[in-house]
Design a protein around this ligand. Structure first.
Ligand SMILES: *Cc1c(COP(=O)(O)O)cnc(C)c1O
Length: 369
């Protein structure tokens, strides 16, 4: 699905040197590499504060802790997402309120958000799924109207840009109160282990986030709140510093590869190619097709036989997961999500795809039926 080795080969010398330099410096925790990466990412995103942490799930958890929510408070998120989003809501004893997604963009449906709001609703967590921004104009308008926080789960969309109706363009993750991301190796900006970060333009929230991620410590050995220990390693920061300058190129390569797939699949009547929302650039964390009237798992198996990996993101909606069964929800409650879980399939997508590889994949997909 990804070619991490091919990407590494191109920057091998500088990355190897950066790693060795950290080892030799012995500044393994919160060293200068972490500080430099933090400021470079702030510049790239055009955001006031970046707070690095250990992974994208921690980023969501710490962000939510910083909002001072109480057990029982409701947090609205999409029913079609990776489990981490709902997991941290549940872990903090908040109530995850799931809402359906838009069938074209796969992103949270603002009309459904509005319907799900109660007096207990405190926050909305849109997920920029597969690399394209959620409808942030609508999300922010609802949040403003009902006085809700917005945490953008940007784990799959770092570098994507959203243009609001006013004409303002911003990097996703910097529009709501807090943005969160993951540097898991296969994400668009991946390190060589685990990593994550939170972004905010709000000084107060930044202070709280920094404190919570560091054992709730205001100064060393003085703990003002219950926190967690969530840090980005210096070695990972050093690797990310070498990769960040290439992020736009990596994302552009993904977009070209996606365009090439989509042109090839355009007139196949049993496939629907990804929708491009004019308000957002698409950084194609995943290239996800909707299949029609074919057995999608048979297609996946057929591709596997021909050495083409393909994945189903995601096969089971959140409300049908064993851990998230809830008397509030039944099968049929999220028709779009349920239909997507039945029909989507994602093809190999990364920064190192070339036409030869893609031609082979395309030929195999086409020969399935
Ligand atoms: C990957 C991912 C996460 C979690 O990131 P980790 O670094 O693996 O903890 C959260 N949300 C979404 C949408 C993701 O894709």
């Amino acid at each position: 699905m990804v070619d991490l080795m091919g990407q590494y080969e191109k920057i091998k010398e500088e990355v190897d040197k950066a790693i060795i330099d950290v080892v030799r410096s012995s500044a393994y925790i919160n060293g200068p590499e972490v500080k430099s990466f933090k400021s470079e990412l702030e510049d790239y995103l055009n955001v006031k504060h970046v707070i690095p942490c250990a992974n994208g799930t921690d980023a969501l958890q710490v962000a939510m802790m910083a909002l001072g929510l109480e057990p029982g408070d409701e947090v609205i998120t999409a029913s079609f997402t990776y489990v981490a989003t709902a997991e941290v809501i549940a872990l903090l004893q908040l109530t995850p309120v799931l809402v359906d997604v838009d069938p074209k963009t796969f992103n949270i449906d603002p009309v459904a958000i509005e319907k799900a709001i109660t007096s207990k609703t405190k926050a909305i967590v849109p997920v920029h799924l597969f690399g394209q921004s959620a409808d942030m104009d609508a999300v922010m308008e609802i949040a403003k109207k009902h006085n809700l926080y917005v945490i953008e789960d940007t784990a799959q969309a770092i570098g994507a840009e959203y243009t609001s109706a006013t004409g303002n363009s911003s990097k996703v993750g910097t529009i709501g109160d807090i943005g969160t991301t993951s540097f898991f190796p296969s994400k668009n900006l991946g390190c060589y282990g685990d990593g994550g970060a939170m972004f905010t333009n709000n000084d107060e929230l930044a202070k709280k986030i920094r404190m919570i991620a560091n054992h709730g410590q205001s100064k060393r050995y003085y703990h003002d709140s219950i926190g967690v220990n969530s840090r980005l390693d210096s070695i990972q920061a050093a690797i990310l510093r070498k990769k960040l300058p290439h992020l736009d190129t990596y994302n552009a390569n993904r977009k070209s590869a996606a365009d090439y797939y989509s042109a090839a699949f355009e007139d196949i009547d049993w496939l629907e190619t990804p929708y491009l929302d004019e308000k957002s650039t698409h950084v194609f964390h995943q290239y996800t097709l909707k299949t029609k009237a074919v057995n999608r798992f048979a297609l996946q198996e057929y591709l596997k036989e021909h050495k083409v990996p393909a994945m189903v993101y995601y096969p089971v909606p959140l409300h049908e997961q064993k851990a998230y069964q809830d008397a509030r929800y039944q099968t049929g409650d999220f028709p779009v999500t349920e239909a997507l879980c039945e029909c989507v399939i994602s093809l190999p997508m990364h920064s190192e795809l070339n036409k030869d590889i893609q031609d082979y994949i395309i030929e195999k997909v086409k020969s399935f039926k």
